[in-house]
Design a protein around this ligand. Structure first.
Ligand code: GSH
Length: 203
């Protein structure tokens, strides 16, 4: 059985939980407490030298890290990752966008506000993240005004990658009511069969 080292409150980890639920993949979820320093131990770094979650352990003891790499591995051969080379490249396009132009703004603003409690020394950084986050949301809004999903005509791992932090973007100070197409897309994803929420796994 797969083992996932993660924290469900992290959007990067939630991506993996969501896909595993959609695909009925049996797994053990091992809770890692980031704020408690559990990613920084030698034991954890032997699993992921970059000291981050999510980290997936395969049945033969191989470790795979980087959330979007994990999604590509788990979705191989399923409808969530089509075979067509252009569609696959478009999925990667949105996943690289997510990691470079979306997550560093929206996830970090949310982390500062929700998990660190907005300490004075990080307020400026929080404010600085707002512009980049709004820019990323505008890019998504434009795409979703023309299409129900980010790639092709169906739900793929590109949607999972971007759903993870977009659906909790309000916790980082972003007003999703300003983005009609994104709001409709979020509702569409949440209504998919076998959808799971972060909350249902929060202890
Ligand atoms: N690019 C990585 C980012 C992973 C990441 O930043 N994980 C955070 C939690 S969301 C983490 O493990 N932080 C702990 C640390 O940096 O010590 C991915 O997509 O998996």
């Amino acid at each position: 059985m797969y083992k996932v080292y993660g924290d469900i409150n992290s959007g990067n980890c939630y991506k993996v939980k969501l896909l595993m639920s959609l695909l009925d993949i049996d797994h053990e979820w091992i809770v890692i407490n980031i704020l408690g320093g559990e990613t920084q131990t030698d034991d954890f770094k032997s699993r992921n030298p970059n000291a981050k979650i999510p980290t997936l352990e395969l049945t033969d003891g191989t470790y795979l890290w980087e959330s979007n790499a994990i999604l590509n591995f788990l979705a191989a051969g399923t409808a969530f990752l089509p075979n067509d080379p252009l569609l696959r490249a478009q999925i990667l396009q949105w996943q690289f966008f997510e990691q470079y132009s979306h997550e560093p703004y929206i996830a970090v603003a949310r982390f500062i506000a929700k998990f660190l409690g907005m300490p004075d020394e990080r307020k400026q950084e929080y404010q600085a993240k707002q512009e980049g986050g709004r820019k990323a949301l505008a890019v998504m809004e434009e795409r979703l005004q023309d299409s129900d999903y980010l790639v092709g005509e169906r739900y793929t791992i590109a949607d999972i990658s971007l759903y993870a932090y977009t659906h909790v973007a309000h916790e980082g100070g972003f007003d999703l009511a300003e983005y009609d197409a994104i709001s409709e897309w979020l509702n569409r994803i949440a209504k998919e069969p076998k959808h799971v929420t972060m909350e249902q796994f929060t202890e």
